[in-house]
Structures are given as structure tokens and as C-alpha cells.
Write a protein that binds this ligand. Structure first.
Ligand code: AMP
Ligand code: MG
Length: 352
């Protein structure tokens, strides 16, 4: 861990107290949650919230999630709470489910990007809960990384990404889930999935009918606009290609290309592979990170962002990511991979 005057152990109650005091004074604190590290500020103070947008270089059209310490406190921020929202909250809070509900006026427009709804959740992490409780304020807290880049799953990631721009970083170890919360808009007695995440669609559908929206529909329907579903997001610095083919098929294709390169005397690029399940080593691949050799999708989710960062550090020329089954947490992993690839799924142009 990089030692600095900004990173403090979250295990010390003194440090949590200090962090809470910073938040009360309108400062920013990065803290662990069960999903990813959040960059928190008092959600009721527009000046404090503005600092989040500045630090992250996040466009103000992208609304923030407000974190509360209990269901009661979360729903106090909403002007209407349908029964189904209470049922979901009772089942999944504290946890990785964000509910989008009509907002009360006390929520600044900056938090919700002018929308009439607010996204709320109760995180399932002792440090996050204690911090919100001590600050006595709900916290707006997006992921603690520059906008559009890979999310942080450790305090070290936050330090590397944001450094001294944050007033304080609380180090509570690595996050357990490793991808962001599921964002669900509640409309009547139905749910609309705005972002897949830590709570799976299958789990939600046991309780509520949930429809999904395509990015196109999202653009055209103002009422449920969720700009966090931008096409490019979570991206490592290295170009990432999310291929459609299996590891074996891709390797075969690469072998063909490699022969061609040899004939032409062209240098072979450094390839980083982001795999899931069986993936034998190959001399054509310079770095291989396996999200879960045993095909455990929850493990893969928890490793995903760390793996992208690892490959970035290895200074490969491109990252080739392989698809994971799109079931359960696999939906969130594929969503992040798709956005990190920004639609790049064909290796051909890179090898031309
Ligand atoms: P982040 O804080 O980066 O985890 O992202 C939060 C995401 O939640 C945003 O990018 C939006 O997609 C979504 N979101 C937050 N507030 C709202 C809202 N009021 N309506 C719809 N989506 C929202
Ligand atoms: Mg984010």
C-alpha cells in the first residue's frame, strides 16, 4: 500500500470520526463499500457535491447515488415510496441494490442532474455505514475514480487515481463484490433495470417484474434517462477488445495472423488476455489474467477491475477480453466489459 498523508486505516474509530468531521464541513472522503470504493460528500450540500464532479471530471448530467445508513433514512429522501420498494429494500438492504424513486426537494438538483427522481441505497459495509451514521448526513458517492475509467476496488487504486485531490481516503481492504450496485427504477409495481450489478436480475424477478432497456430506448425516453449507461465506461488505458469467440478459436485466428506477421517481418504486439475458465498459456499472449479458472462468476466479478488495472500496468498493446456466461452476476461483468470495450469486438482492424 502506498503510504501517504491521505490514506488512513478504516479500522480506527478515530479515523472514521475524522472522516465524518471532514464530510460535515463539506469535504470529500473516499471509503470502502461492498461494491467498489466510493467518493463521498454530503448529499444535501451542493457545494460539497460539486467537488465530486470536479475531482472525477464527471459531467454534471450524470446523476449520483445517495447512500444512507438505514432504510428509514434512505426513504426520507424520497417523496413517494411504493410498497414494492419497501419490499425490495427489506430483502436487499443493506446491499448492492440502488432504487430510483421520486425525490424530495431537499436533494439538490446537482445530485440528480435535474431529474425528478433520486437513486438511493444502503451499502452493506460496516465502514460505510459507520461513516454515514457519524456524519449524520446522507452521502452522495459515485466510484472514486476519474469518470469513464476503471472503478477502484482498493484504497490503493483510489490513491493511484485521485491522490491528493480527495481530503481523506479510508482504507478498509479490498471490496467483496467488486462491481457496482444494480440500479433499478421503480415505476408503479414494476422495475426497470437501468444497470446490472451486485444484485442479479434473477434475484429481483423473484419479487418484482423487471424489464430491461436498451441504450437506444434510454436515449429516447426522458423519464428513465440514466446517463450512467453511457456506451463507453469503466475503460482501462489500454484498448480493450471484447471478442465473441472462445479462447481456443481466437488463439487459432491469432496463430494465422502471427504467421502472416512473421512473413512480413512485422513485430508482434504485446497481447494481454482477460479470461474466464480454461485458458492455457500461449507464446502469442504476453500476459494472461484469469478472472476465475474454476468459472466462479462471483469471483470473476470481484476480480474484474483489479484485473484490468493489472493488465494496464503490464503495458500490453491491447487487451483481449473473453465473454463470460450472461447469467446471474455474469450480466454485470458483461455490461462492464462491453462498456470498457466501447463496442470494439473485432480484432481484425488492430492487426491490419
Ligand atoms: P455511479 O455513481 O457512478 O455508480 O453511477 C450511478 C448511476 O446511477 C448513474 O450513472 C445513473 O446511471 C444512475 N442514476 C443515478 N441517479 C439516477 C436517477 N435519478 N435516475 C436514473 N438513473 C440514475
Ligand atoms: Mg462509476
Amino acid at each position: 500500500m502506498t503510504q501517504s498523508r491521505w490514506v488512513f486505516s478504516a479500522h480506527s474509530p478515530e479515523n472514521i470520526k475524522r472522516a465524518a468531521a471532514i464530510l460535515q464541513k463539506g469535504g470529500t472522503v473516499a471509503f470502502p463499500t461492498e461494491t467498489v470504493y466510493g467518493l463521498g460528500a454530503n448529499a444535501l450540500d451542493p457545494k460539497a457535491v460539486f467537488k465530486i464532479f470536479e475531482i472525477k471530471k464527471r459531467p454534471t448530467f450524470d446523476p449520483l447515488i445517495v447512500h444512507a445508513a438505514s432504510m428509514r433514512e434512505a426513504f426520507l429522501l424520497c417523496s413517494e415510496v411504493p410498497e414494492i420498494a419497501r419490499t425490495l429494500a427489506k430483502k436487499f438492504w443493506p446491499g448492492a441494490l440502488t432504487l430510483v424513486l421520486p425525490k424530495k426537494q431537499i436533494i439538490p438538483d446537482l445530485v440528480t442532474s435535474g431529474l425528478s427522481t433520486v437513486a438511493v441505497r444502503v451499502p452493506n459495509h460496516p465502514v460505510a455505514l459507520e461513516l454515514i451514521h457519524r456524519a449524520r448526513r446522507p452521502l452522495a458517492a459515485p466510484s472514486a475514480n476519474p469518470f469513464g475509467r476503471t472503478s477502484p476496488t482498493s484504497a490503493e487504486h483510489v490513491w493511484n487515481d485521485l491522490g491528493e485531490a480527495v481530503d481523506m481516503i479510508l482504507d478498509g481492504g479490498s471490496t467483496s463484490i467488486g462491481v457496482e450496485s444494480t440500479v433499478l427504477q421503480i415505476q408503479g409495481d414494476q422495475g426497470i433495470l437501468l444497470r446490472p450489478g451486485g444484485v442479479t436480475l434473477e434475484e429481483l424477478r423473484k419479487i418484482i417484474p423487471v424489464s430491461t432497456v436498451t441504450p437506444k430506448e434510454l436515449e429516447s425516453s426522458e423519464g428513465i434517462l440514466s446517463p450512467g449507461l453511457l456506451k463507453s465506461h469503466y475503460a482501462p488505458n489500454t484498448p480493450l477488445y471484447l471478442v465473441k469467440d472462445s479462447f481456443k478459436e481466437t488463439l487459432k485466428w491469432l496463430e494465422g495472423k502471427n504467421n502472416e506477421f512473421k512473413r512480413l517481418g512485422k513485430p508482434w504486439p504485446r497481447i494481454g488476455a482477460l479470461c474466464f475458465g480454461q485458458a492455457p498459456k500461449s507464446p502469442l499472449i504476453s500476459a494472461l489474467v484469469n478472472l476465475s479458472p474454476k468459472k466462479d462468476i462471483r469471483k470473476a466479478a470481484s476480480e474484474l477491475f483489479q484485473a484490468m488495472r493489472k493488465l494496464d500496468k503490464m503495458e500490453v498493446d491491447l487487451i483481449v477480453a473473453f465473454p463470460v456466461p450472461e447469467m446471474g452476476m455474469g450480466a454485470a461483468v458483461m455490461d462492464r466489459l462491453r462498456k470498457a470495450s466501447a463496442g470494439k469486438n473485432n480484432l481484425k482492424p488492430f492487426f491490419e
